[in-house]
Design a protein around this ligand. Structure first.
Ligand code: DQA
Length: 150
């Protein structure tokens, strides 16, 4: 079965209570549950991690090089300055989609640039938690899996 790694970056563990008017009311656990349910539908296996530490995210990307077919990543604030995450994604050369709950292009100036974006296939931004589910569907389709109706 194809393996998809979902990586949630810093502060995303606080979803549900963190600025819900911007990030929505769903908790990370709820989002992860929906991703696992969708994974069953798409016939892929999903592993999910969250960390507030850049090095932990880097290690997860490096280890993915051995077993993972696709990465879905919300790098949180690291989006805007972590050249290291950009470099790690390039180094492992695993197809990836960058997801943001909020539309980073409608927000403060400092959020309008992603240093990660040039290292991924594409970006889904501003669609709330649906963005993760759309990214998983895109990943499954990219990996050539047949998408079954629920
Ligand atoms: C975010 C957007 C980032 O600018 C912010 O630092 C986050 C969340 C999003 O999902 O909208 O932590 O990645």
């Amino acid at each position: 079965m194809r393996q998809v790694l979902v990586i949630h970056g810093p502060n995303l563990n606080l979803l549900g209570t963190r600025e819900p008017e911007i990030y929505g009311g769903a908790t990370l656990e709820e989002i992860n549950r929906e991703l696992q349910e969708a994974a069953g539908k798409y016939g892929v296996s999903v592993r999910i991690i969250q960390s507030n530490h850049e090095g932990v995210l880097l290690d997860a990307i490096h280890q993915a090089g051995e077993s993972v077919d696709f990465i879905i990543i919300n790098p949180g604030a690291f989006t805007h300055y972590s050249i290291a995450i950009h470099d790690a994604l390039k180094a492992v050369n695993i197809p990836a989609i960058e997801v943001h709950l909020s539309n980073i292009y409608r927000r403060e100036e400092f959020r309008r640039h992603s240093v990660v974006a040039p290292a991924v296939l594409g970006q889904i931004t501003g669609l709330g938690k649906e963005g993760y589910l759309l990214a998983l569907e895109a990943a499954a389709r990219y990996l050539g899996k047949k998408v079954h109706d629920a």
